[in-house]
Structure formats: structure tokens, C-alpha cells
Design a protein around this ligand. Structure first.
Ligand code: ADP
Ligand code: ASP
Ligand code: MG
Length: 415
């Protein structure tokens, strides 16, 4: 059972989470619960660091950020003990979560869950601080924003849990962010394939890595509300999905940045140098566009997007390459966003991309970059236009609660 930040934001909500955990225990289940930092704690810790330094040391950043979830766990353990059950809170390190050494976005390498298993055998409820682990060089690491989801899935895999329940502030995974699209529809099931595309397109209801981990280890995820009891959304294998909607969801993100390298020599190896430097700096490059010069000897332009948080790291990583290749300049557009439509059905239906572009054109929204996968179409647009774009696409593809989930031949519509 994993409880997100809003679900443990204050004493009352923490006690509610404690009661929910205890209720599961009283049904005879063994419970491992993963808690996030309360409310906006992690954001506040980030601000504290920024007050201290423009470029905080990543190792120290992790020492700081990991404290938020420890607070939640210790407090929740106190509440559970008062309810007449025995709980033990553990840090990520004590829980045996071993990661690589990439501070602030570490990857889990191994979960040594012996201590958890022993505690469960003794009848204890185990509370684990989310979003953190210990690196192979014995430093505290964190797993990237939203990382408590991944802690939960990794522990579920390690203890072979029946289900990994992600308790959050919405009732499940929706056809779009319900905060932007009021008539978004709750999905009863969603396939790993689609959830991966949604998460990588910004639907932060589940962290991308948690979905990858669940797919790779066969963990059953149930994403549901911490405030009501109704079933939420199950993330399941493709073969288990009953509905095959053409389009399942619209996902969005408003924190992208676009960097353009102007005057890149048109020679073999240039792109390799640029993107190797970015990879070495752990920058998550998303879309890439290179326009080839029309005339021989002219220079090319290479543009790509990264999360806005990675801009500084990207610029620093590229400095030596700019000098080495004689690149003219790096132009940065920091206020970009992305809208994506995701649906397994689009594999076999032509015309979806055309319709997306038509809808955005009608809203007079300029598309800066486009990328596609067999089940996703993404457009980079100005961050400020994202809500309008999301609502327009959601309504054009009739994804709302009243919408007919169309298998209709949309190829007949505007191309
Ligand atoms: P938690 O703190 O519980 O981890 P998050 O804030 O990380 O919660 O994720 C839940 C939020 O994800 C919701 O409040 C919602 O605004 C947002 N969200 C974005 N896209 C979707 C979607 N398709 N379905 C449900 N929620 C979404
Ligand atoms: N507290 C962390 C964050 O805000 C991790 C999480 O909530 O999953 O990103
Ligand atoms: Mg989250």
C-alpha cells in the first residue's frame, strides 16, 4: 500500500492512512506500506536547498530530500501503534533498496528485503520511506520526483505481494488529468503498454519507472483513491485488457524545455558527440529533431527537449562540445509543454495524427515538434497552451464520461 503526498498531508490524513493500513492487516493480510513526504514537503526542501546554493551538491540534495518520507513513516508508525497494532518504520536503506550512484535520479539495482520479511513474520506492519535507497557506495540516494511509486512496486515485487495498491488523491487513472478536464473518464483497466506511454508523456499519476518495473517484474498495480473505497484502475498485461479503445487518454506536461544547437557541422559523429555528452550528464532527452542542410557544406540545426529541471545540466554538458565542434550557439526555450494522445487502437487506424494536427490548428496552437510511437502521438507546444490543447483533444476524440469509446473509422474524418 503506497500513500502519496496529499494522502498524508496532515495529522488527520496520516491517521486515516494508518486506519486503512490497520484495516487491511485486520483482514489477515501482511502489509508493507510505503509513504511519501507530507504535502508539499519535498518542494519545500528543494527551496531550502536553493536558498543555500545555485547548484546544490547532488549527494547532499539526497540527504535532504530523503528526510521528508522518513517523517511520514515515523509519524504513521506512532498512529498505528496507538490503534493497537505494531508497526516499524524503515528508511529506504534499512528496507534494503540498493541503487546506482546517480544522485537525485537513482535507479534501483536490487531489493534485499530480508529485514522486511522478518518483520512481517513477527506480525509487524512495515512502513518504508518512499523515494529513496542506498547506493552501491553507501550513500543515500533518491529515485526522482514521484519515486515513491517505484519504491512501492519494487517492494511488491521483492515480497511477491498479491497487489501493489497506489493510494492517491484521484480515484484512478483517467482519460486525461481530471484537474484539467472535468469530464475525464476513469479507466477501469489500462495496459502496461498504454500506461508507459502515458507516464512518459507526463501523466504523473504513476511514475514512469514504477510502471516499467511493474511490467518487468509482473507486479499488479491498483491505483485508487485514499479518500474513498471504490475500486480504481488496474494496470494489467495487454492480454488482460478487455476494451480496445482507439484512443485511451490524453497526457500532458508543462515542464519541458527546448534546446537548439545552431550551426552544427554536417559530419558523421556530430550527433553522437552531442547526445553522449547529454547522456553522461544524466539528462533525459526526449524529442530530437535535426534538419539537414540543403546545400553541401552548410551547417545543420539540432533541437531536442529535456525536462526543464535538466536545462542547466544540459547546457553545462554541451559547453565542451560547442567548442570542439565549432557550434554557433545554443538557443534555449524554457517554457515548453507537450500534449500526447495514447491508444493501442491507433496502431491499426490511419488518420489519427492528421486529426490531432487539425484539432490543434483549429485552436490556433503552433506545433513546434512532433514525435510518434505505434500507440502515441506527441506534440511539443508552448506550455501556456497546454490546457486548451488537452481539452480540445479530449473532446475531439470523445474520451469523456459521456463519450462513445469509438472504434469508429476515424480515417473517414478530416485528414
Ligand atoms: P501522489 O502524491 O499521490 O503520488 P501525484 O500528484 O503524484 O499524487 O499524482 C496524482 C495526480 O496526477 C492527480 O492529482 C492528477 O492531477 C494527476 N494526473 C495527471 N494525469 C492524470 C491521469 N491521466 N489520471 C489521473 N490523474 C492524473
Ligand atoms: N516526495 C517525492 C516527490 O514529491 C516522492 C513522491 O512523492 O513520490 O517527488
Ligand atoms: Mg506521485
Amino acid at each position: 500500500m503506497k500513500f502519496g503526498g496529499t494522502s498524508v498531508a496532515d495529522a488527520e490524513r496520516l491517521k486515516r492512512a494508518a486506519r486503512r493500513i490497520v484495516a487491511a492487516r485486520e483482514e489477515g493480510k501482511n502489509v508493507v506500506a510505503v509513504l511519501s513526504a507530507r504535502g508539499k514537503t519535498t518542494d519545500e526542501l528543494v527551496s531550502l536547498a536553493q536558498e543555500m546554493s545555485d547548484n546544490p551538491d547532488p549527494r547532499e540534495m539526497d540527504m535532504l530530500l530523503s528526510t521528508g518520507e522518513r517523517i511520514s513513516c515515523a509519524l504513521c508508525a506512532m498512529a498505528i501503534n496507538d490503534l493497537g497494532h505494531r508497526a516499524i518504520s524503515l528508511t529506504g536503506s534499512q528496507a534494503g533498496i540498493v541503487t546506482d550512484t546517480s544522485h537525485t535520479k537513482a535507479r534501483i539495482l536490487d531489493v534485499r528485503a530480508d529485514r522486511i520479511r522478518t518483520a512481517l513474520d513477527e506480525g509487524l506492519i512495515v512502513l518504508v520511506a518512499g523515494f529513496q535507497g542506498v547506493s552501491t557506495s553507501q550513500d543515500v540516494t533518491t529515485l526522482g520526483r514521484g519515486g515513491s511509486d517505484t519504491t512501492a512496486v519494487a517492494l511488491a515485487a521483492a515480497v511477491e505481494a498479491d497487489v501493489c495498491e497506489i493510494y492517491t488523491d484521484v480515484t484512478g487513472v483517467f482519460s486525461a488529468d481530471p484537474r484539467i478536464v472535468p469530464d475525464a473518464r476513469k479507466l477501469d483497466v489500462v495496459s502496461f503498454e498504454e500506461m508507459l506511454e502515458m507516464a512518459s508523456s507526463g501523466a504523473k499519476v504513476l511514475q514512469l519507472r514504477s510502471v516499467e518495473y511493474a511490467r518487468n517484474h509482473g507486479v499488479r498495480i491498483h491505483c485508487r483513491s485514499s479518500f474513498e473505497d471504490a475500486p480504481g484502475t488496474f494496470v494489467v498485461g495487454e492480454q488482460e485488457t478487455m476494451e480496445h479503445a482507439l484512443i485511451t487518454a490524453v497526457a500532458h506536461s508543462t515542464d519541458e524545455a527546448r534546446l537548439s544547437l545552431v550551426g552544427v557541422p554536417d559530419e558523421p559523429g556530430a550527433a553522437a558527440k552531442i547526445f553522449t555528452a547529454l547522456a553522461d550528464a544524466n539528462c533525459n532527452v526526449d524529442m530530437i529533431i535535426q534538419n539537414e542542410p540543403l546545400e553541401l557544406g552548410r551547417k545543420a540545426e539540432v533541437s531536442f527537449t529535456v525536462p526543464r529541471d535538466d536545462v542547466r545540466a544540459a547546457q553545462t554538458a554541451l559547453q565542451p562540445i560547442v567548442a570542439e565542434l565549432g557550434i554557433d550557439s545554443i538557443d534555449t526555450l524554457p517554457e515548453m509543454g507537450k500534449v500526447s494522445i495514447v491508444g493501442a487502437g491507433m496502431k491499426s487506424h490511419p488518420g489519427v495524427a492528421a486529426k490531432v494536427f487539425q484539432v490543434l490548428a483549429e485552436e490556433r496552437i503552433n506545433i513546434e515538434m512532433i514525435s510518434t510511437s505505434p500507440i502515441k502521438i506527441s506534440c511539443v507546444i508552448a506550455a501556456a497552451e497546454v490546457p486548451t490543447a488537452v481539452r480540445a483533444l479530449h473532446s475531439a476524440f470523445e474520451l469523456g464520461a459521456d463519450g462513445i469509446v469509438a472504434e469508429a473509422p476515424i480515417g473517414e474524418q478530416a485528414r
